[in-house]
Design a binder for this molecule. Sequence first.
Ligand code: DMJ
Length: 631
Amino acid sequence: AGCAKMRLPSASRQAIPLSRLALVTVLCISLLSLILSIAPLHSQHPGGRLHFPGEISDRHGLGPIEPDPHLLSDRAAIFAGAEADHRLALATARLRRRLMSAAAEAGALRVNAQTSQAAFSRLLAAARYPAVFRSAALSPPGPDTGADLNNATVRSMRRRLRAMLRSAWRAYWRYARGANELRPIGGAPAGPGAGDADLLGGAARLGASAIDSLDSLWMAGLTEEFSAAAEWTLNELSFDQDATVSVFEMNIRFLGGLLSAYFLTGDRRFVAKATGLASRLLPAFATPSGLLRSLVNLRTGAAADHPWAPFGCSVLAEAGSLQLEFSLLSELTGDRVYADAARRARHAIGMAPRPYGGLYPNFVHSGRPDKLAVQEASLGSLGDSFYEYLLKEWLRTNGTDTESCRLFLDAARAIEHGGLLRRSTGSGKFLYLAPLKDGRPVDNRMEHLACFAGGLFALAANATPSCAAGGRQLDSERTRRRWLSIGVELTRTCREAYRRSAVGLGPEAFEFDNNVEAVAIRPEDKTHMLRPETVESYFHLWRITGDQRYRDWAWETVEALERYSRIVSTGGFAILSDVYSARPPVGDLQPSYFLAETLKYLYLIFSDRDYFSSAQWVFNTEGHPLPVRQT
Ligand code: DMJ
């Protein structure tokens, strides 16, 4: 759609049509030569019939007969035949030669056409992201620049965050280089069974923490560490591993991280790496509906569902969180296969019956997406980033993907009115999100994962007011104000869950009833997993409102992390198993998203608001910045 509007040099615009024209011309010349070579033969033979070797004219209408060299008339015919044979042989040889060179030329032209197509899509990408190339690729990271430069307090806070990132990175690099995640207490790679290992190929050495750290290191100006991570990624990382991985995790952590690294450095090798990975994920999409299966073996392409998911079903958040990365990859490579795969998956999700006033079910059947598989909806686990990507693909495409816009507006209305959004009945009157099952609230419990929604609503409120769907101008000023207040309130709720713990760090899930508000009850909910969602919302709200309280809350989190989570012996950061204990036991895991998201959002909260500005960048669900398309 953008082609007509784009201002590209005229030569590049004509590259492909010219190649095609040349190919057609060569084939036409060959055909013409064939006709011209053969034409004289027609005139030499009565009736214009072609004369083939060993055959003379049919004198009696009985078909070809053996010539009699004693008959003059036949001798003439024999000579004529010989001459014709000779001319025909010459013509055939000439024609074969021409056809061969035409074929060779066509092959070369095909190669050229591919080359110019790649060059064309590169030009297209450059034209679509000009500001990004100028601001990021051409200027080195400037962590100490911007309006906050003279604010010594903020500068020192940023330095502290940079030191935390360096420490977490160095621990990973020293003890677990090339593995997916770190055991920060034992100083070893996290093996199968730990953290998200089962989603990242078990014992596979895919370097999730390295890829997830690339852009964070770059943004914080840790150039030496960035170079080490980039070199390892480009020279040592291989996706050709007999490893069964989650398509979703590989997409948000790896594709997102690699594409982001490309836009920061301008190094096309990151795109090549991303393309190699994406093509290994594609077999997961080979289902009747196009809805991907959750797991795929990187080497064999064998696809499978999560063993814990309902039979034949894909997870909503996983199947619906691909569009940002897959579409961008198609734009960069000129190969539509990735964007089409993500779009087909989204369309299959669109076929699912929506029982809760427009909310989507957490599971969709990949064979029969139009049948309701499970009556469950959530903005926490299983549902979360599906809703996020509807908004963010609209933002990333600069309002071009109007389907995303329409879907998001419908979904936002459903979130508001479908029963997910509730208010506590205690004195705090907290707004919170709780999942639905069989049409009813399962319990009054909000997951930490759902804390990203505060930032999401604030982002939506801040988006350009130009999304018209089906002729309706849906994002009226009133809607935008309401969304911002939902964002502010949800973020306050999550911060309250942090504040009510003994350590200032939030639990994995927290409940609301008449006696309890924003506090975990179940033992398994009392863990702190170093997750980003709450600080992610602080980040968006700080940027959008400029309200100092978000910086204050973020700083409380920084201090709590340093005090309770940092492991002095290795420098890594560990999860906590009970946030209500003043001396919380630590768990031996430093998840890769801690480097990709938690520390990045904290760092950006204490950076200039224009640094990786929201007008130019959209953060994928793993915190990797992807550029907003300019056309
Ligand atoms: C991250 O990997 C992503 O944010 C994902 O969307 C869900 N949660 C984890 C971190 O909590």
